[in-house]
Ligand binder design. Sequence first.
Ligand code: ZN
Length: 523
Amino acid sequence: MAPEIEIYDTTLRDGTQGEGVAFSVADKLRIAERLDAFGVHYIEGGWPGSNPRDIEFFAEARHHTFKNARLAAFGSTRRKDVAAAADDQVQLLIAAETPVVTIFGKTSPLHVREVLQTTLDENLKMIADTVRFLKANGKFVVYDAEHCFDGFKEDTPYALATLHAAEKAGADIVTLCDTNGGSLPADIAAITRLVRGELRARIGIHTHDDIGLGVANALAAIEAGATHVQGTINGYGERTGNCNMTSVMPILHFKLNRRGVPAESLPLLTELSQFVDETANLRPNPRLPWVGSSAFSHKGGTHVNAVAKVLSSYEHVNPASVGNTRHVLISDLAGRSNIIMKARELGFDLANDAHLRTLLAAIKEMEHRGYEFEAADGSLTLLIRRVLSKAPPPFTVDAYHVSMRSDGARPSVCEATVKVRVGTERAHTVADGDGPVNALDAALRAALVTFYRQLGAVRLTDYKVRIIDSASGTAATTRVLIQTTDGASEWGTIGVHENIIEASLQALADSLEVALIKSAAIV
Ligand SMILES: [Zn+2]
């Protein structure tokens, strides 16, 4: 069945304009494969005319078969006063050998005169010639009308003439672009409706998020008759980003009941979002709607209480429907129901009232000293286990020593020694590091890996230090938060102490103990 709303992903082209986003050719291919498996309809792979990496991407992509998506190469209309066939940049679009070619052209007279420095008539010819040339070469053509909404406000008859030029020349889709991202939904809707009445081609929408309306504007256009939507995973893109497809896709399905990607793909949405962040080497944004780790987090006591009774009371959809999970944040604002829900999330049943009271008292006391468990699920898991089970700890750090020296000329060297005990056996190791915590981590790991080989695959992904005022106000306390991964999952642990090394060691030891629980080395 043909999609009702076509999903056109431009993460690999417009998304790479975003600050901090860079993909190798291999990264791009892996993302394209994921997007294809997810069921998007088009993947814009790059702009061959703008960089050699994109030419290489299309050369590589030729060896791949995509099941659902059609690959698109992106470029612009021909230059002024040159035949399309003689324009290098247009030639590269043909050479990319993609089934789809997307070109952008000017809609706004201001841009034609000031930026292109040509006549309004020549711009119409540039659009028509290029589309006609691509159609003659067997391409499915998407025409992106740049600065479209600004163009319509400036000169409606001329803006319409540019769209007609593209359509008459054979463009299969005409996409209205809010290139500057400053339009409002009502304007987007009105102009889309006007265009809808004038053209026969499928109408697309391409928006940017400069005033926080990227998704809202795309939806306004869809409500007004657009049936093709362009955007990026996680909203990557120039400035504040593009229209966020990780919002658009679930909204189409869950809120508007319109057919976009296959329904069975939506539970994989959070995973797709994380995969793209990981490939871009960016930390996932916890506040991203639908897919962020905070999207279904509950903190306030009354919320948690209500959620425990009726799941839908503070959740607009079931988090599992987009592959996300509900989190209960532990905080001294909240009471028993928080702890019970959190324990359940972590796989513990706190039916025993005495256990619950002990745990609540322990958490309250620790939070008073500066612990914060919201980002330290790992340490909280250990705390609950210690209350529920009498099992001895998997290891004990008996002693440690950290030293640092510098002779002025060379970079300083840090060295740590650690003595650990596992059951009745002991290990004593020494390691160097870039800093004291790094050396301590290396020494602790080296000691433990002789007992637990699986710790070799465990690594730290983040280390944060914050100085907090102690509850008594007499001395500064250091809070260390560590994120750790074993490749399959990630967890946070915490340490609090007046001494940063001691706080770090607590968080490090917790992180390795959680790794052992996850690998089922200890139960
Ligand atoms: Zn754009």
